[in-house]
Design a protein around this ligand. Structure first.
Ligand code: URA
Length: 436
């Protein structure tokens, strides 16, 4: 088999055999097939798509590039959550300790920033010392101890996704249903979970901009999970405007902690608690939606979720004092308000534009080897439906003194992402659909 022939076959709209897909994935993971060939392959898949069998073969090949964990020796039902990616989506940081405090075991293998969206790993690493590169033996140990452990793909867990994810991030090949499905499900199925809650984001800030394509992605993900014997629930959630107020790694980590302290923006809280309640249902911790919801709210209100987060941070090498004193998180040297040029009600905020603005301040990657700046980002001061006076700040940029796009240019882009108008406006529903 030759990689170039397989790429050509997909480029020309052909259907690939499982062994051809395996050849590419194994060759890439093992280093025999170079980045440029996989980049071309991803672009061919982006344009030509894959059918259900090809997508299943891709997922399987990526899954088998590493080991599939057997966590049966860790007591409890293991349920994870994964998001298809959004702007300001710091849900996992708060959700894992809440679910764990309620008795769910959460083995979470997350990703880094992808495209204009942030990644859980980069947000966790904004906490000084926090390690996401733990060996599987430690992952297992911490799951037993804390009921949750959050790591990245390793040489052991879905290594093909680790490489492909980074490659897709910088080759404009993220927004593809088979590539997203293979990426998410390979690492999730490798985790040794019993159940999975998926948060499929829809809207301007999501990879799936339209409801129909998000529905297709949701059904593809759920189909792969169920075919592998897992319990799966999917929520389609709104990503028209950023989730919460903070966009940028340390800023988002701080907002997740505020949620765990019982505060935080209402939309972030709503999506986090809704997803968490679904995890409790899949784990069998509660049997009814209302009881599950009460239980997750209690775990936040009584401080047990926050206490769990402190333990997770400490055991993963992070500074637990940063959880109680957010001033210990990295802070950007420059804060610059973005004023409204006219008075009005916020009609819409282009989440993708805000995500890209945060990236250009240094919160995301342009090349695979780039390092993110944990401190930089954008904090929204107003969301859809809120009235703003002329000259009042729409958002605040947190910027480094040097590097990245000039702050003035980013400020103009953030201002342009806001659409103001005279009419009252209200955001749409946060949870658009549940596929249980
Ligand atoms: N999350 C992932 O893990 N992979 C994708 O491709 C998109 C979102």
């Amino acid at each position: 088999m030759r990689a170039s022939e397989i790429i050509r076959a997909k480029r020309d709209g052909g259907r690939l055999r499982p062994e051809e897909i395996r050849f590419l994935v194994d060759g890439y993971a093992g280093g025999a097939i170079p980045d440029y060939q996989l980049a071309a392959f991803c672009m061919a898949v982006f344009f030509r798509g894959m059918d259900g069998e090809e997508t299943a073969a891709l997922t399987e090949a990526m899954l088998r590039s590493g080991q599939v964990l057997d966590l049966s020796d860790v007591p409890g039902v293991k349920v994870d959550k994964h998001s298809t990616g959004g702007v300001g989506d710091k849900v996992s940081l708060a959700l894992a300790p809440i679910a764990a405090a309620c008795g769910v075991v959460v083995p979470m293998v997350s990703g880094r920033g992808l495209g204009h969206t942030g990644g859980t790993l980069d947000k966790l690493e904004a906490i000084p010392g926090f390690r996401v590169d733990l060996p599987v033996s430690r992952f297992r140990e911490l799951l037993r101890r804390n009921g949750a452990c959050l790591i990245g793909q390793t040489a052991e867990i879905a290594p093909a996704d680790k490489k492909l994810y980074a490659l897709r991030d910088v080759t404009a090949t993220v927004e593809s249903i088979p590539l997203i499905a293979g990426s998410i499900m390979s690492k999730k199925l490798a985790e040794g979970i019993d159940g999975l809650v998926l948060d499929v984001k829809v809207g301007r800030g999501a990879f799936m901009k339209r409801r129909e394509e998000a529905g297709l992605l949701a059904r593809t993900l759920a189909g792969i999970g169920r075919a592998m014997g897992k319990r799966v629930t999917v929520l389609l959630t709104d990503m028209e405007q950023p989730l919460g107020l903070a966009v940028g790694n340390a800023l988002e980590a701080a907002e997740a902690v505020e949620l765990l302290r019982g505060g935080g923006p209402p939309d972030l809280r709503e999506v986090t608690l809704a997803l968490c309640a679904e995890m409790l249902l899949l784990a069998g911790v509660e049997t009814g939606g209302a009881a599950a919801r009460r239980r997750v709210e209690r775990a936040v209100a009584d401080g047990s979720a926050l206490e769990r987060f402190r333990r997770i941070v400490e055991d993963q090498g992070g500074d637990p004092r940063a959880v109680d004193d957010l001033a210990r998180l990295p802070r950007a040297p420059v804060q610059r308000d973005v004023p409204a040029t006219a008075a009005g009600v916020v009609q819409a905020i282009d989440a993708e534009a805000i995500g890209l603005a945060a990236m250009s301040l240094g919160a995301g990657r342009v090349r695979v080897e780039d390092r993110v700046d944990p401190a930089v980002g954008v904090v929204l001061r107003h969301k859809v439906g809120e009235a703003v006076e002329r000259g009042a700040p729409l958002a605040t940029l947190h910027a480094a003194r040097q590097g990245g796009e000039p702050v003035e240019a980013v400020a103009a882009r953030v201002a342009a992402a806001y659409r103001l108008g005279p009419d009252p406006a209200s955001p749409g529903p946060l949870v658009l659909e549940r596929i249980g």
